[in-house]
Design a protein around this ligand. Structure first.
Ligand code: CA
Length: 469
């Protein structure tokens, strides 16, 4: 012990002198943990269909506020750890403001989703949960104003618009729809029109604006979860009914189950979903986290647990994720021991609105592309028009595959992938010059190399995660 201590004393000052920047860099933490997917998404609806997890969500516009959104893409996973998407599942909705698509509900030998497009809920249908979805029969086109062809005629006194549809089919086959401002109604069997005689506004214990409703049934109890507030002050409260999906609802004493936790650095847990693993009593709560402010939200998942009497326990929110829900592939990843990049964006300091003591700093070092965390990323500096990143595997390795999850994948990327045995002579081994909308971008490899280098030709100059096999 004494020898080790003596060595550290003599070595450390020298190291500090020579590596001020490097040591400073090593202290950088990732305050955004392990988000569900490597992108900014909100309003997630997650479900398992035939052994595959599907996540439909709002793709955030990266600092654009509510003026815009990303296109409709569906993230899929076999294990709940590795997620992917390719292209658009609702082609005619690309370019619209596309939010909160809800789950894909199976009925009438088809799948229905209910996205909010330009502020109105529309029913859309497809033969497969992968799409392509199109507007349901009787709905002609997207509108900038309310028309009877949109899904719901809301009683909202502030206007006919309603957002955030959540559809639930009861055991007897009767479908229901829940939406913004605590509205609920029976949906007709066509899964498109609403039984307008059944529209109610659920009388909840907590008042004020509400959106992002979540509805599910467990052990004969119907659960209605509704948001309070918004942004950093988002919360989820709930009520439960042992009678019917439209109530009457009882509201337990401890009815707020998710709220901002400054100590844990989790801000504004908002619009998400609850899902169950079929055949189990395992339930999960997904929520958006508002920590970066504006429409830079990422989605996280934690377990939701119940007491014996059916009440929901306050959810232990963490940013760590829940790990694999199905068995992981035994395929072994190659460890990246070092990395380097053409440039690194300066740190970004993010202060919550309510208490600036709990500010967070996001750093963008290239090593954040190799930390198995979807909340951290490498970003090149602004104005870097020839960005690249190198992964150093430590020694010569036989390589099978590269998977790169770029930042803002829904806008598309083009890139060149190269390999090297010595870090001096580079040869191409993958990539594509045409812009493709997908994540991750996969290249099959069959060579020995110590280094891989990606040169980004088009798209945002950043990488959430780069996995090499
Ligand atoms: Ca990362």
């Amino acid at each position: 012990m004494k020898i080790v201590n003596a060595l550290m004393v003599s070595v450390f000052p020298l190291f500090t002198l020579l590596n001020v920047n490097g040591q400073h860099e090593a202290k950088r933490q990732n305050p955004f943990g392990n988000a569900l997917v490597p992108d900014m998404i909100a309003d997630a609806s997650i479900q398992e269909i035939n052994g595959t997890f599907y996540c439909y969500a709002t793709t955030d516009g990266y600092d654009q506020g509510l003026k815009t959104s990303g296109p409709p893409v569906v993230w899929k996973s076999n294990d709940f750890v590795h997620w992917r998407f390719s292209g658009f599942y609702f082609p005619s909705a690309v370019g619209q403001k596309y939010w909160a698509p809800s789950k894909a509900v199976e009925a009438n030998n088809a799948y229905y989703i209910y996205p909010t497009v330009n502020g109105f809920m529309y029913p859309a249908v497809a033969n497969s949960p992968d799409g392509p979805f199109k507007l349901a029969k009787g709905v002609d086109s997207f509108s900038k104003t309310f028309t009877p062809a949109t899904l719901l005629q809301s009683r909202d006194p502030k206007g006919p618009a309603g957002i955030d549809a959540e559809v639930f089919i009861n055991d007897d086959g009767q479908p229901y729809v829940f939406w913004q401002r605590r509205f609920a109604a029976r949906l007709n069997q066509d899964m498109v029109t609403v039984d307008t005689t059944s529209i109610i506004q659920i009388p909840t214990k907590r008042q004020g604006y509400s959106e992002g409703p979540i509805f599910f049934k467990r052990k004969g109890i119907y659960y209605y979860l509704y948001t309070l507030g918004g942004d950093e002050r988002y919360q989820y409260a709930y009520g439960m009914s042992r009678t019917s999906p439209l109530g009457p609802f009882e509201f337990p004493d401890t009815d707020i189950i998710a709220t901002t936790n400054y100590q844990q650095q989790i801000f504004g847990p908002g619009h998400g979903c609850v899902f169950n693993l079929p055949g189990t009593d395992d339930y999960y709560f997904a929520y958006l986290e508002y920590g970066r402010g504006s429409t830079n939200r990422q989605t996280y998942v934690n377990r939701i647990e119940f007491n014996e009497d059916g009440t929901i326990r306050p959810i232990n929110l963490t940013l760590n994720g829940v790990g694999a829900l199905h068995s992981l592939s035994p395929e072994k990843e190659i460890k990246v021991v070092n990395s380097n990049a053409s440039s690194v964006r300066p740190d970004m300091i993010i202060k919550p609105n309510q208490d600036s003591l709990f500010k967070r700093t996001e750093s963008f070092s290239s090593r954040f592309a190799f930390d198995n965390a979807n909340g951290s990323r490498w970003m090149a500096a602004a104005g870097d028009s020839a960005s690249w990143m190198i992964a150093d595997l430590g020694n010569l390795q036989q390589l099978k595959r590269s998977e790169i999850a770029f930042v803002r994948p829904t806008a598309g990327h083009a890139y060149i992938l190269e390999y090297s045995v010595n870090g001096k002579i580079w040869k191409p081994c993958g990539g594509h010059e045409d812009v493709m909308v997908k994540s991750p971008h996969t290249d099959l490899l069959n060579m020995k190399a110590r280094y891989l280098r990606v040169k980004i030709l088009s798209g945002i100059n950043g990488i959430w995660e780069w996995h090499i096999y």
